[in-house]
Design a protein around this ligand. Structure first.
Ligand SMILES: [Zn+2]
Ligand SMILES: [Zn+2]
Length: 269
């Protein structure tokens, strides 16, 4: 069964596709499970964080209504085996934690992804931080924040895209080599395992975290991984087969996915 636990609809400021169309594409791709996890960015509301111009907040009530509408439409069709899940990608910032506690209490999320986007006020998708700091410093700051994010007081299920800061990094060698950041990465991976959380395998850009980091996670005993296309334009299940082949090569046996916060396991074929 094909699962995708991370995708964005038009309810995200950078999303382009309505939920109904995403569900349609997932079904066409023979998917069994797709989680819509629009950006819930209470991090950008915190002092000092500079969001891109016009970056709006997720309208949760409208988002939930639209999800329910599409879910109902699907249930009327012949797609009984397909599960459309309701989730958010929470943009971590310590100061936003209280907001997330409330939001996550208020809505019946199938899945919550906790992701670090901001480091020292910069969204590390954009080049500002790379102009300010050398690679070692920028990635260390990012990983320190990821480590902190694992201890939040709100419920989350999946640790989003570790290595996000490498997506557009302008360094000659932007790869997050395990050996260069071993101390922090080891702490992060072991803590994810200890806490029973799921590590996301994100295919939006280059594989994130990279193979080397996934191998270490496996070697430490980590078995819970989720697939995340992080689709913003309907490209759900992006690079699914290649990614499964790579993960099998490491030793993983399947993907974890969440329904009403409950963990499920979908073995690879
Ligand atoms: Zn993200
Ligand atoms: Zn995302």
């Amino acid at each position: 069964m094909k699962t995708d636990s991370h995708s964005h609809s038009i309810f995200s400021p950078d999303g382009h596709i309505p939920i109904s169309e995403m569900a349609k594409r997932a079904i066409e791709a023979n998917g069994s499970y797709l989680a819509v996890t629009d950006h819930c960015d209470r991090d950008v509301l915190q002092e000092g964080n500079n969001a891109p111009d016009g970056w709006g907040q997720l309208e949760l009530a409208a988002y939930f209504e639209e999800y329910k509408k599409v879910k109902h439409e699907i249930s009327q069709k012949e797609n009984k085996d397909f599960y459309l899940a309701f989730g958010i990608e929470a943009g971590y910032d310590e100061a936003a934690s209280k907001d997330y506690v409330e939001i996550i209490k208020q809505y019946p999320f199938d899945v919550v992804i906790n992701s670090v986007h901001f480091v020292e006020g910069y969204d590390v998708y954009f080049p500002m931080i790379f102009d300010k700091y050398p690679k070692d410093r920028a990635y260390t700051l990012y990983l320190e924040k990821v480590l902190k994010s694992l201890d939040v007081e709100y419920r989350y299920d999946i640790v989003g895209h570790i290595g996000y800061c490498t997506r557009n990094a302008s360094y000659p060698d932007p790869v997050m080599h395990y050996g260069e950041f071993e101390e922090l990465l080891e702490k992060i991976l072991k803590k994810i395992i200890e806490k029973g959380k799921t590590l996301e395998v994100n295919t939006h850009h280059a594989l994130c975290p990279n193979r080397e980091i996934l191998e270490k996670y496996y070697a430490f005993g980590g078995r819970k991984i989720s697939f995340g296309s992080d689709a913003h334009r309907g490209d759900v299940y992006k690079d699914y087969d290649e990614t499964v082949a790579l993960l099998k090569g490491i030793g993983f046996k399947g993907f974890t996915y969440f329904i009403k916060g409950q963990e499920n396991f979908a073995p690879f074929n």
